[in-house]
Design a protein around this ligand. Structure first.
Ligand code: ATP
Ligand code: MG
Length: 391
């Protein structure tokens, strides 16, 4: 006889299907699950009878890790961990109690629900539920049945190949599968905000390419390593992210030497947008993403954002725009980026910071200031010097 195995069941009702073609959605979700589980071993990920099934194909696979990884795949609102049992009533009766022991010991009430997809199975659903319920009452004498609000809902499913037993649902990451919404370029710094912004866009199904501006020797290699670590954390949700590192020193020096000090930061941010946009076009991305939020710093007042936005002619998404720092920090902690973000390596934004930045600038002021720069040439040069890093 085969060893009892655990699998994951993800029901259609637990997929975030909205306005999308179901088969495309499922195909992308399955691909993402496979990709995320690959480091843990061999799996079969399949779809049948409106359920996705994730089965480990190697004995050595740590199932807790499987659940952990799947709980971070966007497009799943909940899933269940289930025991695979031979389609034999005695086996089902013998397996349910031991498999669900922990949940049942911690519960006061329960209910059994059965679903018989395979109509050739010799017991009907209500009979299966009654038999399993009776056995559980017998084996866990403290339990009572509550058909309306049970602490534990024990589910027995009789499917084509096997029967499955499961109870608690595990919350998923929600959102849409990454890759169902096209691609965007995120401007990623080493700060707290842009990794959270990346996470939020990936949650809506957007595939990300990251662009980071580095200004050696003013910024160190450690700052780059920090960005890579941040993207690894975000990648636990967003999947594979390509990173483009743009050398920015020359541009910053040009700005320092030729532009009014009070506009340094904004000219720099406009250069970032122009270059990011160029790279977005090359990567066939449809939008830019930043971690800006209104009023957080001088370069993020409404006036300043309008000036930055003026050089972009593709949509610029700012998913944190209306959030307080505290709310952003909460997400950063939850997704595991906060502790990395607060490491103290210099970002290029803190190089040549004006003492008194202008908080109510107008685009015309910036256009005027930029006349002292060979803007197009600088963009061409920077875009040509990009270094590609695979995370
Ligand atoms: P963050 O915490 O994301 O660094 P912040 O509040 O520190 O944001 P700024 O440093 O002004 O704000 O940057 C605003 C946005 O500009 C960032 O969220 C990011 O999207 C982008 N940005 C800033 N610095 C860089 C950089 N070195 N490379 C790429 N993008 C950057
Ligand atoms: Mg920053």
């Amino acid at each position: 006889m085969e060893q009892p195995r655990e699998i994951l069941l993800i029901k259609n009702g637990e997929l975030a299907l909205k306005g999308l073609n179901r088969s495309t959605f499922e195909a992308i979700l399955m691909k993402n699950i496979r990709f995320r589980l690959r480091p843990l071993g061999k799996f079969s990920v399949s779809s049948a009878q409106s359920t996705l099934m994730v089965e480990p194909l190697e004995e050595s696979i740590d199932f807790d890790q499987v659940c952990d990884r799947v709980s971070r795949v966007f497009g799943i609102s909940a899933f269940s961990r289930a025991l695979t049992v031979e389609k034999d009533m005695n086996r089902i009766l013998d397996s349910a109690g031991p498999y669900l022991r922990q949940e049942l010991e911690n519960a006061a009430t329960f209910k059994v629900e059965s679903k018989r997809a395979d109509k050739s199975f010799p017991f009907r659903s209500p009979d299966i539920s009654a038999m399993v319920g009776e056995r559980l009452l017998n084996d866990f004498p403290h339990l009572k049945v509550d058909v309306h609000h049970p602490d534990v809902l024990v589910t027995v499913e009789i499917r084509d190949a096997y029967a499955y037993i499961h109870a608690a649902q595990i919350p998923g990451a929600g959102g849409m599968p990454v890759g169902t919404a096209g691609k965007a370029v995120v401007l990623i710094s080493g700060g707290i905000d842009s990794p959270v912004a990346s996470y939020m866009m990936a949650k809506r199904g957007v595939e990300l390419t990251a662009v980071h501006f580095a200004s050696p020797p003013y910024t160190s290699e450690r700052a780059e390593m920090k960005v890579i670590s941040l993207l690894k954390q975000v990648g636990r949700y967003a999947g594979r992210i390509e990173l483009l590192i743009v050398p920015f020193t020359h541009i910053q020096e040009q700005i320092r030497d030729n532009c009014p000090e009070e506009l340094f930061t904004l000219v720099m941010r406009r250069m970032m947008m122009r270059i990011a946009q160029r790279l977005a076009r090359q990567a066939e991305a449809l939008a830019l993403v930043t971690g800006e939020s209104v009023g957080q710093v001088a370069s993020q007042t409404m006036h300043a954002i309008a000036c930055t936005d003026a050089v972009a002619d593709m949509p610029v998404f700012r998913p944190l725009i209306g959030m307080d720092k505290e709310e952003i920090v909460q997400i950063a902690r939850r997704i595991g980026t906060f502790d990395i973000s607060i490491q103290p390596y210099e970002d290029c934004c803190t190089v040549f910071t004006p003492r008194h930045p202008r908080t109510r600038p107008f685009p015309e002021m910036l256009e005027q200031a930029e006349q002292a720069l060979p803007v197009e040439q600088l963009v061409d040069l920077a875009a040509a010097q990009v270094r590609r890093v695979y995370i």
